[in-house]
Write a protein that binds this ligand. Structure first.
Ligand code: G3P
Length: 215
């Protein structure tokens, strides 16, 4: 499973790259707002920090403007994937940009039918948000199961990046379901490596080693 890092922070991305876990990056306007500097400079810095896709979100509303914005973003680097919120205008833009060789990631997906429409439009990636669904008492991972079943039924090549991940269980279930990718905040990457029994085990081994080393 590919792991994307859900961040606009180059410092965070560098940590994930050093661990060898980062295959790409997803950003959004909220993540950019936490950093300083222009969006363009942030995208350039992220592209330099990793050899992989960097998703940059278009914020225009109509298809023509999204296409213009997407083309401008794609000029930054061929690593840029244009992230486009799902809508009729958004999917018109997806179809056009993909036909010109610019990869797109359809985001803010909350239903299997939105994911089907994104695949029909030719999106390279789709980002269903599981955590935000959980927040409304709707099981987010059921959406992933349904999208993967539909894509498998018809051999769509659109890759599912499980997004809005809040904890290690989301990652475990995404991997068990065979999702192509998950995008994780650095905090969750760190949680994936930890287990309290490992900490207790290390502590005990160190105590016992103290008895051995003193001989
Ligand atoms: O990249 C978009 C997504 O992962 C956002 O997550 O936690 O704001 O729902 P969250």
């Amino acid at each position: 499973m590919k792991i994307f890092i859900d961040t606009a922070s180059v410092a965070e991305l560098n940590q994930a790259v050093a661990l060898g876990v980062a295959d790409g990056v997803t950003t959004n306007p909220t993540l950019l707002a936490r950093e300083s500097g222009s969006a363009e400079q942030i995208y350039r810095d992220l592209c330099s920090a990793i050899d992989g896709p960097v998703c940059a979100e278009a914020v225009s509303a109509d298809a023509k403007s999204i296409i213009q914005e997407g083309k401008k973003l794609a000029q930054i680097s061929n690593q840029i994937v244009v992230k486009i919120p799902v809508s009729k205008e958004g999917l018109l833009a997806v179809k056009q940009l993909e036909s010109e060789g610019i990869r797109t990631n359809v985001t803010l997906v909350f239903s299997p039918m939105q994911a089907l429409m994104a695949a029909k439009a030719g999106a390279s990636f789709v980002c269903p948000f599981v955590g935000r669904l959980d927040d409304t008492s709707q099981p987010g991972m059921e959406l992933i199961e349904q999208i993967l079943a539909i894509y498998n039924n018809y051999d769509y090549e659109t890759e599912v990046i499980v997004a809005s991940i809040r904890n290690p269980l989301h990652v475990r279930d995404a991997a068990l379901m065979g999702a192509h990718a998950a995008t994780l905040p650095l905090k969750v990457v760190e949680q994936l490596m930890r287990h309290p029994l490992t900490d207790i085990g290390i502590e005990k081994f160190l105590q016992d080693w103290g008895k051995v080393a003193g001989r």
